[in-house]
Design a protein around this ligand. Structure first.
Ligand code: ADP
Ligand code: MG
Length: 398
């Protein structure tokens, strides 16, 4: 990575503003954090700063409060979890993420103390990247650290704006994300496979196009498989098909063939008369999908053929569930792929919000080489796009 990191800058006793991605899933009913992976992933940066007696000011968004205070989206549960993980008090600054009261709290910090600012998106200026808001954030600190890979594709005040006013460097998580993703793009061990799924082909077009000249195999499941199957003239019933992406799918199939990329589509599928817990379900060959039925998961023969292909690969990037995994009877394909990847002696990288969630729920995250904390950000990066939050960081010279 050609950006400076917290290793390259003096942090001792300075006020360090760390943009983290504490956008964790919360239990609807109790408000409890259901998966704290994103909090844990930021610990190396926070601990490094504490050890060097920096005065640590953390900030993050949580959910989509839309520019106003939403009680359920306060960051107090995050501060509590952080306190437990760090073994020291972490306070949440009062009311807002900026202003005189917050500045007073910051003044009270001693070296090694940690303060968490309130949800950045309680202020509309955050997502608007308003210069005054970015300046107010910058006033709190001497140094800015971006450790929020998952938000770095967004040009928001705490990601981009603040870097205009403070020396801006990368945290360890951001550095790791970039190094891993750059590594699989630049020189992956071959054979290299992409396992793609998820709801829509349209979300993944850039990644699929960018990665096509790097991979040896491309395996497509999930809802987006229907668009590819239809492009190959299969009848896919009432499956979710993006008609305006049929040309793209047909071109990708042709490009893959020309480049010698082994493209695998489902050969059998689990279909349902509706996507719901009470649905009627059958498993059929892709040649036998009746009208009015929808593809909800990949079938057992597809699991076998995907598994066989992936077992001979040395690098696998996985994004997107193989089926509607939120409903148990459509989760088998996704779970089988998660278990298979976990068993491989290969570089396995998982990206995407839902995909990472499945891997975390199945307690398989430790068995993967790397689980990206960023959904949209990792896809943008692998699609060859620039992330504004990374562009603004200080360059490494020479
Ligand atoms: P990620 O967040 O990992 O990038 P996506 O957001 O692209 O993944 O897709 C996740 C969604 O895809 C899930 O909500 C899942 O229910 C849905 N999905 C997967 N397979 C199908 C399918 N066959 N039909 C409809 N939706 C599907
Ligand atoms: Mg998603």
């Amino acid at each position: 990575m050609n950006k400076l990191t917290i290793r390259d800058i003096e942090v001792g006793s300075r006020r360090v503003l760390v943009r983290a991605d504490f956008n964790v899933p919360l239990d609807e009913a109790t408000g409890a954090i259901t998966d704290d992976s994103r909090i844990r992933a930021t610990l190396p940066t926070i601990k490094y700063l504490i050890e060097r007696k920096a005065r640590v000011i953390l900030c993050s968004h949580l959910g989509r409060p839309g520019g106003e205070v939403v009680e359920k989206l306060r960051l107090r549960p995050v501060a509590q979890r952080l306190s437990e993980l760090l073994g020291q008090r972490v306070e949440v600054a009062p009311h807002s993420s900026i202003g005189p009261e917050v500045e007073k709290e910051v003044e009270k910090l001693r070296g090694g103390d940690v303060l968490l600012l309130e949800n950045l998106r309680f202020q509309p200026e955050e997502t608007e990247n308003a210069p005054a808001f970015a300046q107010a954030l910058a006033r709190l600190a001497d140094v800015y650290v971006n450790d929020a890979f998952g938000a770095s594709h967004r040009a928001h005040a705490s990601i981009v704006g603040v870097a205009n006013y403070l020396p801006a460097v990368a945290g360890f998580l951001l550095e790791k994300e970039i190094n891993v993703l750059e590594g699989i793009l630049a020189n992956p061990a071959h054979p290299f496979a992409e396992l793609a799924g998820g709801a829509k082909a349209s979300d993944k077009i850039a990644v699929l196009e960018n990665i096509l000249d790097k991979v040896d195999c491309l395996l497509i499941g999930g809802g987006m498989a229907a668009t590819f199957l239809k492009a190959k003239s299969y009848e896919v019933g009432s499956s979710l098909v993006e008609d305006d992406k049929l040309d793209f799918a047909a071109r990708l199939i042709k490009d893959a063939a020309e480049r010698g990329v082994h493209l695998l589509l489902p050969v059998d599928v689990v279909i349902a008369d509706k996507i719901s817990v009470e649905a009627r379900v059958k498993t059929v060959s892709v040649e036998e999908i009746p009208p009015d039925w929808k593809i909800a998961d990949i079938g057992p023969q597809t699991i076998d053929s995907f598994s066989e292909e992936l077992r001979r690969c040395k690098t696998v990037f996985w994004n997107g569930p193989m089926g509607v995994y939120e409903i148990a009877k459509f989760a088998q394909g996704t779970q089988a792929m998660a278990k298979l990847l976990a068993s491989l002696k290969a570089t396995t990288v998982v990206g995407g919000g839902s995909t990472a969630e499945v891997v975390a729920e199945m307690k398989l995250a430790d068995k993967m080489t790397f689980v990206s904390t960023g959904g949209g950000a990792s896809l943008r990066f692998l699609g060859g796009g620039k992330l504004p939050g990374i562009e603004v960081l200080l360059e490494r010279r020479g």
